[in-house]
Design a protein around this ligand. Sequence first.
Ligand SMILES: CC(C)(COP(=O)(O)OP(=O)(O)OC[C@H]1O[C@@H](n2cnc3c(N)ncnc32)[C@H](O)[C@@H]1OP(=O)(O)O)[C@@H](O)C(=O)NCCC(=O)NCCSC(=O)c1cc(O)c2ccccc2c1O
Length: 362
Amino acid sequence: MAEVAAKNLDTMRRRVASVANHLAPVRPSANSGAVELSTASSSMNNSYHRIHGEVPSHPVVWRTARDEDSGKDFVDIIYEKAVGEGIAKITINRPERRNAFRPQTVKEMIRAFDDARDDSSIGVIILTGKGSKAFCSGGDQALRKADGYVDYDNFGRLNVLDLQVQIRRLPKPVIAMVNCSLTLYSASISCLLDNIVVMFFQVAGYAVGGGHVLHMVCDLTIAADNAIFGQTGPKVGSFDAGYGSSIMSRLVGPKKAREMWFMARFYAAAEAEKMGLVNTVVPLENLEQETIKWCREMLKNSPTALRVLKSALNAVDDGHTGLQQLAGDATLIFYGTEEGNEGKTAFIERRRPNFSKFARRP
Ligand SMILES: CC(C)(COP(=O)(O)OP(=O)(O)OC[C@H]1O[C@@H](n2cnc3c(N)ncnc32)[C@H](O)[C@@H]1OP(=O)(O)O)[C@@H](O)C(=O)NCCC(=O)NCCSC(=O)c1cc(O)c2ccccc2c1O
């Protein structure tokens, strides 16, 4: 009898240890060398860190933002801006559908991203999903018809493709903040020698299907430690042969991209980080705080440098469109120079421009 009880206890202990081990918080930025730098004080003791310093950690205050151009209220999304800081946040608000998008959702996201692009006080944009169960589960399959997704009219739409292009070309960093749930259940198990309380966490937090493509198109992804990533297309009769394939191949490499698409498996956040799909994985309770930290850190940097870097990082892959974006940035910068201004001023003053005073640099 005592032998059986001891064996049961042993089994119980192993289970608790296994659950506890599973729940051990992931060290922030497990793969990123940046962590070592930001935590090792000796590495911080240099002029670079003394001058640029730490970012503030006070809580962010959100205010609901409107689409100033259309004046229409948002239904499928929540659009917010941080008070006194250059951060906008777009939240897909269809939690009962795991934040699956319909054409209306996408139209609203496009309007919000447009507003954030146009608002010169905004320097970085967060994309996330409402609630605790999903970032986004892709297109709303209940609305899928023969020619795309249909909501308020009879035309099928694949307008998420326009949104992907918009995010890719938007000259400000866009961060996907991939949320997840953490629901605690507890059960008390009594045995002869001990009374053990076992805690179960139900975890989820899906960035799947077209929702997975959305996070990949964003410039950076910060994930909660129990988020789940994957493509479902081949299981539901769909595929994204555009950015969903080409950007993924760049991110994880051609073999792994084939695995993700052909097998349509799901991957835990830690695995996604190893694969290069996400920038960092943090405990759920730190997710927004960490994302805001990244935003604040970028906001301290030169907006023009970030703008040009984004277009430069995309340029080769994006062909003519990438060149167009990078070239537009070059023109933007040139217009601000004395040399560029000389041409315009001469035209206005109806005189011959004098470019001879400008250096012909090596
Ligand atoms: C995301 C899940 C893994 C979550 O599973 P879980 O068990 O937690 O929850 P439920 O399955 O019970 O879902 C709860 C509730 O939500 C509804 N729901 C979830 N996802 C969707 C969805 N995508 N569309 C519609 N409804 C959804 C679900 O039916 C439940 O409703 P109840 O009324 O029953 O409570 C799991 O839900 C899941 O696997 N979801 C589907 C993921 C998926 O296959 N997405 C579509 C991929 S295709 C796509 O997104 C896509 C879109 C485009 O616009 C494209 C455009 C151009 C090219 C390609 C495109 C493309 O591939």
